[in-house]
Design a protein around this ligand. Structure first.
Ligand code: PEP
Ligand code: MN
Length: 280
């Protein structure tokens, strides 16, 4: 893939992306929060709870790319203002999705990281626009996309001048219907071979099931992921989107305790085996 001038590993140092005090690509970052921003109360309480449990960043969609035009589409500007308030209250930077190239410049006034959703991974007009933005981009893998196609989408962003792209494996469509998608965990070490950019996983959209989120998150630590982005809601049964996959703050807290222990264990392993990366 020699035409990947900027996205390919090619012996480059790994990219570490700084978002306020958080460094993505060093340690294990946990981005948590509701699927959608629904109200001030919902966002502020959820933000406080995930912060107490140890989350390092906040998520929440103000623009929702829904399969049905009749589903909740998000609060738009009002949602971004709520997100800003939650960020100020907790000190956590925020990740939020942008779905329209015309919104990119003004969404940057509220977002610390711009999320590109799975349905827009090949929306080239949008990729070019976030490539011109001065905020890092969280680029989710298209649910039908190969790693090669993903790499070319990354190249679109980098070639516009924005060097800060965080990758996110969020599950791909397969014949399996028990899970919402199929988490391609091998994409984590594979993209680390192919690219210099940090990669996280989204166990919420990958599985669609709260009971599977913790095992997949722990597996992501072992696979060498740089973090996770996970949906947490203070009252999952009342969520306006993705309520069936949201963790309660209590479930999230328990998972965080295990993640911290496993991350510490992996640091130990690396020291013990004088860690060197494969294929280098
Ligand atoms: C989301 O993060 O809420 C979302 C819509 O994700 P995806 O684009 O992966 O479906
Ligand atoms: Mn969601």
């Amino acid at each position: 893939m020699e035409s990947l001038k900027l996205a390919a590993r090619n012996g480059r140092e790994r990219t570490v992306i700084k978002v306020k005090d958080v460094e993505i690509g060093k340690g294990f970052v946990v981005i948590a929060g509701p699927c959608s921003v629904e109200s001030e109360e919902q966002m502020l309480i959820t933000a406080q709870k995930v912060k107490e449990a140890g989350a390092t960043m906040l998520r929440g969609g103000a623009f929702k790319p829904r399969t049905s035009p009749y589903s909740f589409q998000g609060l738009g500007l009002q949602g971004l203002k709520i997100l800003e308030k939650a960020s100020k209250a907790t000190g956590l930077p925020v990740v939020t999705e942008v779905v329209d190239p015309r919104d990119v410049s003004w969404v940057c006034e509220y977002a610390d990281v711009l999320q590109i959703g799975t349905r827009n991974m090949q929306n080239f007009a949008l990729l070019k626009e976030v490539g011109k933005a001065n905020k890092p981009v969280l680029l989710k893998r298209g649910m039908y996309s190969s790693l090669k196609e993903w790499l070319y989408s990354i190249e679109y962003i980098l070639s516009e001048g924005n060097p800060n792209v965080i990758l996110c494996e969020r599950g791909i469509r397969t014949f399996e219907t028990y899970t919402r998608n199929t988490l391609d965990l091998s994409a984590v070490p594979a993209m680390k071979e192919l690219s210099h950019l940090p990669i996280i996983i989204d166990p919420s959209h990958a599985t669609g099931k709260p009971s599977l989120i913790e095992p997949m998150s722990l597996a992501a630590v072992s696979a060498g992921a740089d973090g996770i982005i996970v949906e947490v809601h203070y009252k999952p049964e009342e969520a306006l989107s993705d309520k069936e996959q949201a963790l309660t703050p209590e479930q999230f807290d328990l998972m965080m305790r295990k993640i911290r222990r496993l991350v510490a264990f992996h640091h130990q392993l690396e020291k013990e085996f004088n860690h060197h990366e494969f294929h280098e």
